[in-house]
Design a binder for this molecule. Structure first.
Ligand code: NDP
Length: 281
């Protein structure tokens, strides 16, 4: 039976560390600040933004939420970002996605100052990640790496398979594993034999958005399995992209859903914000 990679516990440890780092910065006269922008009234986004704001308050990060109407124009949004880029109280800027259709998401993300892009989604930040320069690690894959590190799992020399190639999870995850000297395969919806690819993995990361797609027969004995997926089933249950029951019988380590990668994402946002404040000192 697999060991549990306890994201809830590790995220709580990270938050405590962040709290101490915030305190140290405050003693040097700097209060880390995060601005979160929410456009429109998507209910899930509202919950995410509320949670981020609350998490900031808990660790002593100054946080301001800009709630804008769904009818906000792109120009107005870019103007706000420009103000925040120049605001010395703000070290991190986060635009909650998705944005309404009339706004060019790419243009908006690209307008965030590179040294305040704590989500790490801007093309320049991603470019720096790829070439191994100083950057902010996107929060969800960063959280996955911290889970591996805290369990003493070194990706070096291991075969890692990432299922999913989104810009926010799959691709940066693959780059981070590569930077840590894993041999990385990225799978996606057109991969011809997903099961065969997955069975090669010493470290398997599922970031697909398909409930329980990865089953026990697709996993090598002793593999480390990280489940990024969050899927709500019609009966109300929350499950990952991994079929926990069958996979946990073969894996050596596995993240549960909920309580695995999920709690790490906000913890890493706090960490990136403190890092941004530190760099600005
Ligand atoms: P996207 O929908 O952007 O990407 C999904 C990826 O999975 C795509 O690359 C897609 O391939 C691939 N895919 C889809 N179907 C299959 C299949 N049958 N076989 C192999 N690959 C497939 O999702 P995200 O990356 O944004 O999110 C993935 C999951 O992670 C979701 O459940 C999301 O809710 C969750 N998530 C969790 C977070 C957390 O904090 N824990 C944060 C962010 C996301 P293709 O490119 O070919 O279409």
């Amino acid at each position: 039976m697999a060991n549990i990679l306890d994201g809830k516990k590790i995220a709580a440890e990270v938050r405590e560390e962040v709290k101490r780092e915030v305190q140290e910065l405050k003693e040097r006269g700097v209060t880390p600040g995060l601005a979160v922008i929410l456009v429109g009234d998507d209910p899930a986004s509202q919950v995410y933004v509320r949670n981020k704001h609350r998490a900031c308050e808990e660790v002593g990060i100054y946080s301001e939420v800009h709630r804008l109407a769904a009818s906000t124009t792109q120009e107005e949004l870019l103007k706000l970002i420009d103000q925040l880029n120049r605001d010395p109280r703000i070290h991190g800027i986060l635009v909650q996605l998705p944005l309404p259709d009339h706004i060019d998401e790419k243009k908006v993300i690209d307008s965030i100052a590179l040294d305040k892009d704590v989500d790490g989604f801007s093309p320049s930040n991603v470019g720096n990640l790829v070439i191994g320069d100083k950057c902010f690690y996107p929060c969800t894959p960063h959280g996955c790496m911290v889970l591996l590190d805290r369990a003493g799992i070194d990706p070096k020399g291991k075969k890692a398979v990432v299922v999913g190639r989104s810009n926010i999870v799959g691709k940066p995850m693959a780059m981070m594993l590569l930077a840590r000297h894993a041999t990385v395969t990225i799978c996606h919806s057109r991969t011809s034999d997903l099961a065969a690819e997955c069975r090669q993995a010493d470290i398997l990361v599922a970031a697909v958005g398909k409930p329980e797609l990865i089953t026990g027969d697709m996993v090598k004995e002793g593999a480390v399995v990280i489940d990024v997926g969050i899927n709500r089933l019609p009966d109300g249950r929350l499950v990952g992209d991994v079929h926990f029951e069958s996979v946990s019988k073969k894996a050596s380590w596995i993240t549960p859903v909920p309580g695995g990668v999920g709690p790490m994402t906000i913890a890493m946002l706090l960490k990136n914000t403190v890092e941004a404040a530190r760099r600005a000192c």
